[in-house]
Design a protein around this ligand. Structure first.
Ligand code: NQM
Length: 354
């Protein structure tokens, strides 16, 4: 099933319909999506990381989950499929897909699906309308970056078990720049835009073409990956890098996010959850330039095509470190197509026509 999940688009599969062996599965997915090819002309992929995504869904054996969701990023221009990150946008389609495929019974008015995100072991609960026991994708919820309106999918994340500050500090200095490395579902490096000689309000395309900037970002990312305990991240899609600037449209902060090579046209859900948590950490690089309302859980993250609201609050662990108490977000999702996909053949004949 091809679905839009939030501001991303991907192919959703039942795990049982794919090979169990990861190498065989990934080879099939590359041929289905049309990778490696920067246009993905021979497959379902949309020639951008945000439209080259796969969700693999199966019933869960976890006592507090209904389904398992494995997210796979199919790299557009390299023969690579990565399971090293989650995707909170594609997550928005997982509950509706599980109901459509009969993995979870639909409620009479709405349905809550408890999802285990296999990539990280984290969990989330998605609630969406199912009037008369069927998924209804129509509604009046609007999210920035998607035209029109659709049914809301409310997503709640339980208190974070992981370390919000993977390096143990609110600020690290990398390549002469003060950054905050934070992980509230997505390992993210927060960087004040002006410390890299940009405003942080540029168009994504202009930032991607700024070679001096992208060179600096690559250096910072490789060092941050090691500091965050992620090892050599040269071929990984994490950590993401978010340039921060003061808000311009009444939000808490303005962002430009590298995922990690292309600049996001909006922002990822878990990326935004990580930014929102990072802004609340005393002494972080974001705390200084953001406009946070201490009386409200809502943090409005401005991005290139609008904003994303995250409900976020923090707690303090017994050893004095910040941890995520609550994270929630409203997204929308839509079934676009359901049918049979015909993957490119595994081995193409090399010698002319037959
Ligand atoms: O951060 C893009 C997206 C994402 C991931 C990316 C996401 C998230 O917008 O949870 O949703 O950061 O690669 O789909």
């Amino acid at each position: 099933m091809l679905m839009r999940g939030g501001t991303s688009k991907g192919a959703y599969f039942l795990a049982g319909d794919l090979p169990a062996e990861p190498a065989l599965r990934d080879d099939l997915l590359l041929r289905i999506m049309g990778s490696p090819d920067e246009r993905q002309i021979d497959g379902l992929g949309g020639a951008h990381p945000l439209t080259s995504k796969v969700a693999v869904i199966s019933p869960s054996a976890h006592p507090e989950a209904d389904v398992d969701y494995l997210f796979l990023q199919v790299v557009v221009d390299r023969p690579e499929v990565s399971a090293r990150q989650n995707c909170g946008n594609i997550l928005a389609g997982v509950g509706p897909f599980a109901v459509e495929r009969g993995l979870v019974p639909a409620g009479e008015r709405r349905t809550s699906v408890r999802i285990r995100m296999v990539n990280s072991g984290d969990r989330a609960t998605a609630t969406f309308p199912t009037p008369g026991g069927r998924v209804d994708y129509t509604g009046d919820a609007q999210i920035s970056g998607v035209p029109g309106t659709a049914a809301p999918v409310a997503i709640e994340f339980p208190p974070g078990a992981g370390k919000l500050l993977p390096t143990g500090s609110a600020v690290d200095v990398i390549d002469g720049v003060e950054v905050t490395c934070v992980d509230n579902g997505m390992p993210t490096v927060l960087i004040p835009a002006t410390s890299l000689q940009v405003t942080g309000y540029e168009l994504p395309r202009d930032l991607e073409e700024d070679v001096a900037l992208t060179d600096r970002l690559r250096t910072i990312r490789l060092a941050a990956g090691r500091l965050m305990g992620l090892g050599d991240v040269s071929d990984a899609t994490v950590p993401k890098l978010t340039l921060l600037a003061p808000p311009r449209d009444g939000g808490a902060v303005s962002t430009r996010t590298f995922i990690p090579v292309r600049c996001h046209t909006s922002i990822g859900v878990l990326g935004a959850a990580s930014v929102a948590a990072g802004l609340r950490i005393d002494g972080s690089v974001g705390a200084e330039l953001a406009m946070i309302d201490p009386g409200s859980e809502r943090v409005r993250i401005e991005h290139p095509t609008g904003f994303l609201d995250i409900e976020s609050s923090l707690a303090t662990t017994p050893d004095g470190l910040p941890s995520a108490r609550r994270t929630a977000v409203v997204r929308t999702a839509r079934k676009i197509f359901d049918g049979t996909v015909f993957p490119r053949a595994a081995h193409r004949p090399t010698g002319g026509h037959r």
